[in-house]
Design a binder for this molecule. Structure first.
Ligand code: 5GP
Ligand code: MN
Length: 330
C-alpha cells in the first residue's frame, strides 16, 4: 500500500479528540462492511469511547457469529440517540451508500471516511481512502497501529473476516504479499481461519441454494461468450423463501464460466428498481462502468442500481459492457 502517514495521523486526531461516535457502513453489507464496522468498535472500546453502530440493512445471518455483531442496530433503533456529530464511515464509497443510516447524522457533523474503493468521492470532512488496499479492513489494521492499540483476538477476527471476504478467500488479484502478511499477523492473535471461512464462505443456506438454482436457470451469454448474465426477480425470492443477503456470491457463477470476462447478476429490488452486480476477469473495468450508471466499486467487482424496467436495464447494461469489450478497456 502507498504510505499514508498524513491520513493516519488525521484519523488518530479525529478519534482522540471526541468521546462519542457513530460507526456506519454500506447497505446490503458484505464481510468487509461488517468486519470493518466491528473492527472500529473494538478499537473505540479499547479506548474507552462511547460508540453506536448502525447499518441500514440487517446483519446477514452468516456474520452474526462475529464478536460484537449484536451491537449493530437499525437506524430506527438508534433514532432517539441521534443526531450524531462524530461519524466514522467504513467501506462506503459515497454518502448514498449509507442508505437510511444517513438520517442519524447531524448536518454539521465531522465525518471520517475510511475506504478502499477507487470510486470513493471523498464525502467525509476527513478522508482516508486507499484504492490499492484489498479491503477497508486492511486500512483499519494501519489505524490499530497508528492508535498504538493492543491486537485483541476479537478485533483481529473482525478484520480477518473483511480481508478474507474482499479477496474472495485470498484468490483475487488484490491478494498481495502485504495482505498475506497481515493475515498471518491476525492468525497469530488466535483467529480461527477454518471456522471463519466455513461460516462466511463455505456454508450455503437453503435459501441461497434455491436462489442459485433459479439464477442458473436464467444464465445467458453474449459477445461470443465473453458476457454471462442472470436474473433474479421478486418471485424468485418469494418462492425460494430467501432474503436479499442470500444472493451474495451468485454473480460469480456467471463470471466463472470459461471464456466469460464479465459476469452480471440483475436483481429486481423490493421497490421496483434493478440492482446490477458486475464481476470481471481482466478486460473490462466494471468499477468505471458501474460509475457511469451512478454506482461504483472496484475494477473487478462493482454494482449500481437503476430505476428503469428490467428490459431497459438489461439492454443498457449489456450494450455498455459490449462497447467496453470492443474497446478492450481494462
Ligand atoms: P456487489 O455486487 O457484491 O453488491 O458489490 C460489489 C462491489 O461494488 C462492492 O465493493 C460494493 O461496495 C460495490 N457496489 C455495489 N453496488 C454499488 C453501488 O450502488 N454504488 C457504489 N458506489 N458501489 C457499489
Ligand atoms: Mn470492501
Amino acid at each position: 500500500m502507498t504510505p499514508n502517514h498524513k491520513q493516519a495521523a488525521e484519523a488518530v486526531r479525529f478519534i482522540r479528540e471526541a468521546d462519542r461516535f457513530l460507526v456506519v457502513s454500506h447497505v446490503n453489507p458484505d464481510g468487509d462492511a461488517i468486519g470493518s464496522t466491528l473492527g472500529v468498535a473494538w478499537m473505540l472500546k479499547q479506548l474507552g469511547k462511547e460508540f453506536h453502530l448502525v447499518n441500514a440493512s440487517p446483519v446477514p445471518a452468516k456474520f452474526r457469529f462475529l464478536p460484537g455483531a449484536e451491537w449493530i442496530r437499525s437506524p430506527e433503533e438508534l433514532r432517539s440517540a441521534a443526531p450524531f456529530s462524530r461519524v466514522i464511515a467504513v467501506d462506503a464509497a459515497d454518502a448514498e451508500r449509507m442508505g437510511e443510516a444517513r438520517s442519524l447524522i447531524a448536518e454539521d457533523a465531522q465525518l471520517l471516511n475510511i475506504d478502499h474503493h477507487a470510486t470513493n468521492d471523498r464525502f467525509g470532512t476527513s478522508n482516508w481512502v486507499v484504492p490499492d488496499a484489498a479491503a477497508t479492513a486492511q486500512v483499519l489494521a494501519n489505524l490499530v497501529e497508528a492508535l498504538k492499540l493492543r491486537w485483541e483476538k476479537p478485533l483481529a477476527a473482525c478484520l480477518y473476516t473483511g480481508l478474507l471476504t474482499d479477496t474472495g478467500g485470498f484468490r483475487y488479484s488484490n491478494t498481495t504479499p502485504a495482505v498475506l502478511e497481515l493475515a498471518s499477523h491476525l492468525l497469530k492473535q488466535g483467529v480461527h481461519p477454518a471456522e471463519i471461512a466455513d461460516r462466511v464462505m463455505e456454508t450455503m443456506t437453503q435459501g441461497q441454494l434455491a436462489l442459485t438454482k433459479r439464477a442458473l436457470d436464467t444464465l445467458a451469454f453474449s459477445d461470443n461468450g465473453q458476457v454471462g448474465w442472470m436474473w433474479l426477480k421478486r418471485r424468485d425470492f418469494e418462492e425460494a423463501e430467501a432474503s436479499e443477503d442470500e444472493m451474495d456470491g451468485i454473480v460469480n457463477y456467471a463470471r466463472n464460466v470459461e471464456g466469460v470476462d464479465v459476469g452480471i447478476l440483475f436483481r429486481e429490488t423490493e421497490d421496483g428498481a434493478v440492482k446490477v452486480s458486475l464481476r470481471s476477469r481482466e478486460k473490462v473495468d466494471v468499477g468505471e462502468l458501474a460509475k457511469s450508471f451512478g454506482g461504483g466499486g472496484h475494477a473487478r467487482a462493482a454494482g449500481c442500481t437503476l430505476e428503469e424496467s428490467p428490459e431497459k436495464v438489461e439492454q443498457m447494461v449489456l450494450s455498455k459492457v459490449s462497447d467496453a469489450l470492443k474497446r478492450g478497456s481494462s
